[in-house]
Design a protein around this ligand. Structure first.
Ligand code: ATP
Length: 314
């Protein structure tokens, strides 16, 4: 089984209780572990795969909480760095009008420093780049690009999820698009939401978006469509794999469960190239990943809701 190195942010989400108040009025917050690439590492480990998280937390109680959370889920945190800068915090509430109110206090996640010695451990394994904060600058952005380069030279399987956060890229969308392009160009697999596929391609529908983004470079595209399922595009084949009907109560982390489950399945293949040539194999994998996404929506929070291997198989 291959290891999956997941690079990016791990942070605290402070979610306001009694939603319906903007942050100025919110009084109580629930502390949750957050960060899409860390969620993906958890999803892989909970499914019995080898998720490794490469990121940076602060040398403070929030950092300890985050490390404990990942460790409990079986994630390898030996490559997670501890920084003297405080752990990154995000405060979020839904205001009365349904709009998200968001305050982001960026700390240690940007401090991840590139480790050239990792290159030798990359051989024969997989790299997942989840870009929510990684393209916002700092040492993390540099490390990100260097790990992409190392992964290419070591012929790793590379996956990319842009994790577009409108709150973080307000008035700066063009820069976000530009920064994503080299990753779309070099990755074997890209996971987009519908919003991301349209934004990054400039197309008006997801079919055209896939065509444009394949031209940039990636071989496999998955566009997650919530309860409608996932559009898969590879080698001229485009198909929607329907989702599994569930009573969804919280969709947080569904996309991370989806990509984590897909990567975990690819990590079990002898040769990852099989997934490019065998359409029915790819579709079966996406069906299973949809199931992981659906299960995640049936409980609150991201990491606690990610399915284990037995939950997925039952
Ligand atoms: P994220 O918020 O984590 O970035 P996303 O927008 O990328 O998520 P979604 O489309 O919400 O991802 O969900 C990922 C997958 O989970 C979907 O492709 C689908 O298979 C499954 N899923 C999501 N919502 C539902 C739902 N309400 N019912 C059934 N399955 C769902």
């Amino acid at each position: 089984m291959k290891k999956v190195f997941c690079v990016g942010e791990l942070l605290i989400d402070f979610v306001a209780e009694n939603q319906g108040n903007d942050l100025s009025k919110a009084l109580h917050f629930t502390k949750k572990a957050g960060g899409a690439p860390a969620n993906v590492a958890c999803a892989i480990s909970k499914l019995g795969g080898k998720g490794i998280f490469v990121g940076s937390v602060g040398n403070d109680p929030f950092g300890s909480f985050l490390l404990d959370t990942l460790k409990k889920e079986g994630v390898d945190i030996s490559l997670t760095q501890t920084s003297s800068v405080f752990t990154t915090l995000a405060f979020v509430s839904l205001a009365e009008d349904g709009e998200r109110d968001f305050v982001f206090s960026r700390g240690s996640d940007r401090e991840l420093t590139y480790d050239p010695s990792l290159r030798k451990d990359f051989v024969g394994h997989m790299l997942h780049l989840g870009a929510a904060t990684a393209l916002l600058g700092g040492p993390l952005e540099t490390a990100y690009s260097k790990y992409l380069f190392d992964a290419l030279t070591k012929e790793m399987f590379i996956s990319f999820d842009p994790n577009y956060r409108g709150d973080l890229w307000k008035d700066n969308e063009q820069q976000f698009i530009k920064k994503c392009m080299p990753f779309i160009e070099k990755s074997h697999l890209c996971k987009f939401s519908q919003e991301e596929a349209l934004l990054l391609s400039g197309a008006s529908n997801v079919d055209d978006a896939c065509d444009t983004l394949h031209e940039v470079g990636t071989k496999i595209i998955t566009v997650t469509l919530g309860k409608e399922g996932t559009l898969v595009s590879c080698n001229g084949m485009k198909q929607i794999v329907p989702s599994i009907p569930v009573k969804a109560i919280d969709t947080t982390g569904a996309g991370d469960a989806f990509i984590g489950c897909l990567l975990s399945q690819i990590s079990h293949l002898d040769k990852y190239e099989q997934v490019f040539s065998d359409t029915s194999l790819l579709l079966a994998m996406v069906e299973k990943a949809n199931k992981a996404g659906a299960i995640t929506t049936t409980a609150y929070g991201a990491i606690p809701a990610l399915p284990t291997k037995s939950q997925l198989e039952s």
